[in-house]
Design a protein around this ligand. Structure first.
Ligand SMILES: O=C(O)CCC(=O)C(=O)O
Length: 274
């Protein structure tokens, strides 16, 4: 019997089964260069058309169970301190509206889950990031997410609180739903508040767009690159798998985050069997 990933992952273009091979080393180097130059790596067609068809079909059976949340928040994903002046950029609020399914709602037979739990993929991501080891989140909800965005949904401009994000595009919306970012707009020494303000208020200087065609795997360093997902138009939901890997073992989501993202704090004892 052939392994589940045969015909599902384009192993010719992305030879990740043997990371020591010259072909894999060449790919890893290319990805590292992209990451250094732009803060992102875009691996188009990582999952084949056949794989995408399966991902869409399996996602359609669960997407209606996504928790939909609407909130106003800033780019820093934190409550602004009371002492900040009224016009501080950390007080600039934007709307966010999106749905999400947690790891415990995704059945173990789902292809998205097989990909997330695949050692070869995690090893490849770690190699590109030049990390001696990476781990899956230990959180039964936060480890793997299927983000579901429908008409009018929008993910505001923000910085991540994690070093990197790995995403897999399952389906694009009819219109909108583009991933936009400004590479390295800030760094540890310079928060660059003025430029951040310009972007949130509609500036387009150095804004880069990732098309995220279905099947595209993206590695993104979002701590210093502000990013968003543009508003969705049309009836087709945008479906995106978000893979929680970290350089530390045992990463858990806070109760606050669980509440916002999944509308509950207690994991489900579901068919997902986590
Ligand atoms: O949906 C996406 O493409 C990215 C999501 C994202 O930026 C996030 O969850 O922080």
């Amino acid at each position: 019997m052939s392994p589940w990933f045969e015909g599902i992952v384009d192993l010719k273009t992305y030879p990740i089964l043997d990371l020591g091979s010259p072909q894999a080393q060449e790919l890893i180097q290319r990805c590292r260069n992209d990451l250094l130059l732009t803060g992102a790596v875009e691996l188009k067609g990582f999952v084949t058309a056949v794989g995408v068809e399966t991902l869409v079909r399996e996602s359609e059976t669960i997407e209606s169970k996504a928790h939909h949340n609407v909130l106003q928040g800033n780019a820093y994903l934190e409550e602004p301190e009371a002492s900040l002046p009224a016009d501080d950029v950390r007080r600039l609020m934007e709307r966010t509206a999106l749905g999400a399914l947690g790891y415990d709602q995704i059945p173990s037979s789902h292809l998205l889950r097989k990909l997330y739990e695949w050692e070869s993929l995690m090893g490849f991501v770690g190699a590109v990031l030049e990390l001696p080891a990476i781990y899956r989140y230990a959180d039964p909800m936060g480890a793997l997410n299927l983000s579901v965005m429908g008409e009018g949904d929008y993910l505001r401009w923000h910085f991540d609180q994690t070093d990197f994000v790995t995403s897999l595009a399952v389906r694009t919306a009819d219109e909108g739903g583009e991933f936009e970012y400004v590479p390295m707009i800030r760094n540890e020494k310079n928060p660059n508040y003025e430029r951040v303000r310009e972007i949130i208020q509609g500036g387009r200087d150095r804004v880069v767009r990732i098309q995220n065609e279905p099947g595209t795997l993206v590695l993104f360093k979002g701590r210093d690159s502000i990013h968003r997902v543009t508003e969705i138009r049309g009836r087709t939901t945008r479906l995106m798998g978000l893979f929680g890997y970290d350089r530390q073992p045992g990463v858990m989501s806070s109760e606050y985050l669980r509440k916002i993202r999944y509308g509950r704090t207690v994991p489900m004892q579901s068919e997902a069997g986590v």
